[in-house]
Ligand binder design. Structure first.
Ligand SMILES: *Cc1c(COP(=O)(O)O)cnc(C)c1O
Length: 379
């Protein structure tokens, strides 16, 4: 699905040198690389504060702790996403409220958010799924009207740009009150282990969060709030410093691969290629609306699981993200959920298939993969 080795070959010297430097200096924790990465990422995103942490799941949890959400507060998020999002809501004893998604973008359905708002609702967590922003104009409007926090789960869309209806552009993760991201190796900006970060433009919240990631300390050995231990290693920060300048190039390579897949499937009416917000092909220079963390097709009237098997039999890895809706996961069952509230997610889990998507895909691979998909769906 990803080719981390191929990508490493092209940055090997730089990465090896910066890792060696950390080892020579033995500044493994909170070394200067971490601060440099924080500054570099703040500048790249155009956001006031980046707080590095240990992984994307912690980042979400810490963002919610920083906002002071309390047990019983309801937090609305998407039914069709990775479990980390709902997991941290439940861990903090907040009440997760799962809602359905949009069939074209796979992102949280804003009408469903509106229907789910109650007097107990305190926050919305849109997930920018597969590399494309949720409908932030509408989400921010709902949040403003109902005085809710917006926590962007940006683990899959780092580098994507969101364009508002008024033409204003902002990087994914800089629009809500706070955002989280992950540097898991296969993410668009991946390190060589676990890593994550929180972003915000709010000075006070940034200060609170900086303490939370470090045992609730604002002054050494003074623990003002209950915190956690969640740090980005210096070695991971050094790797990220080498990779961040390439992020736009990496995302362009993904967009180019997506464009080639789209062209290959254009005439196949049982295959629905990913829709981007402006229905562009994700390559126009001004528009980075989709950074293709995943390239996800919907197949209609096709045995999707047999297609997965066919591709695997031909040595092609592929993924089904996500095969089970969160509202049906044992850990998150809730009497308030009714199957008829999730028609889109319930359909998507049967139709989606994600093809290999990474920065090193070449034409030959794309042609081979798409021809094997077409061979199967055309029977
Ligand atoms: C990867 C991911 C996370 C969690 O990130 P980790 O670094 O693996 O903890 C959270 N949310 C979404 C949507 C993700 O894709």
């Amino acid at each position: 699905m990803v080719d981390l080795k191929g990508q490493y070959q092209n940055i090997k010297e730089q990465v090896n040198t910066s890792i060696a430097e950390v080892i020579e200096n033995t500044t493994f924790i909170n070394g200067p690389e971490v601060k440099t990465f924080q500054k570099n990422l703040e500048q790249y995103l155009g956001v006031k504060h980046v707080i590095p942490c240990a992984n994307g799941t912690d980042a979400l949890q810490i963002a919610m702790m920083g906002l002071g959400l309390k047990p019983g507060d309801e937090v609305i998020t998407a039914d069709f996403t990775f479990a980390a999002t709902v997991e941290v809501i439940a861990l903090l004893q907040l009440t997760p409220v799962l809602v359905d998604v949009d069939p074209d973008t796979f992102n949280i359905d804003t009408a469903a958010i509106q229907n789910a708002i109650t007097p107990k609702t305190k926050a919305i967590v849109p997930v920018h799924l597969f590399g494309q922003c949720a409908n932030m104009d509408e989400i921010m409007r709902l949040a403003k009207d109902h005085k809710l926090y917006v926590i962007e789960d940006n683990a899959q869309a780092i580098g994507a740009t969101y364009t508002s209806a008024n033409g204003h552009k902002a990087k994914a993760g800089t629009i809500g009150d706070v955002a989280s991201t992950s540097f898991f190796p296969s993410k668009n900006l991946g390190c060589y282990g676990d890593g994550g970060a929180i972003f915000t433009n709010n000075d006070e919240l940034a200060h609170t969060i900086r303490g939370i990631v470090n045992h609730g300390m604002y002054k050494r050995y003074h623990h003002d709030v209950v915190g956690v231990n969640s740090r980005l290693d210096s070695i991971q920060a050094a790797i990220l410093n080498a990779k961040l300048p390439k992020l736009d190039t990496y995302n362009k390579a993904r967009q180019l691969a997506a464009r080639k897949y789209n062209a290959a499937f254009k005439t196949i009416n049982t295959i629905i290629t990913p829709l981007t917000k402006k229905n562009c092909d994700g390559l126009c220079e001004l528009c980075d609306c989709h950074v293709f963390h995943q390239y996800t097709l919907k197949v209609k009237n096709v045995d999707r699981d047999a297609l997965v098997q066919h591709l695997n039999d031909n040595g092609i890895p592929c993924g089904v993200y996500y095969p089970i809706p969160l509202h049906r996961q044992k850990a998150y069952l809730d009497k308030r959920y009714k199957e008829e509230d999730f028609p889109v997610t319930n359909q998507l889990i049967k139709e989606v298939i994600s093809l290999p998507m990474h920065t090193e895909l070449d034409d030959e691979q794309i042609n081979f993969i798409s021809s094997k998909v077409i061979e199967f769906v055309n029977g």
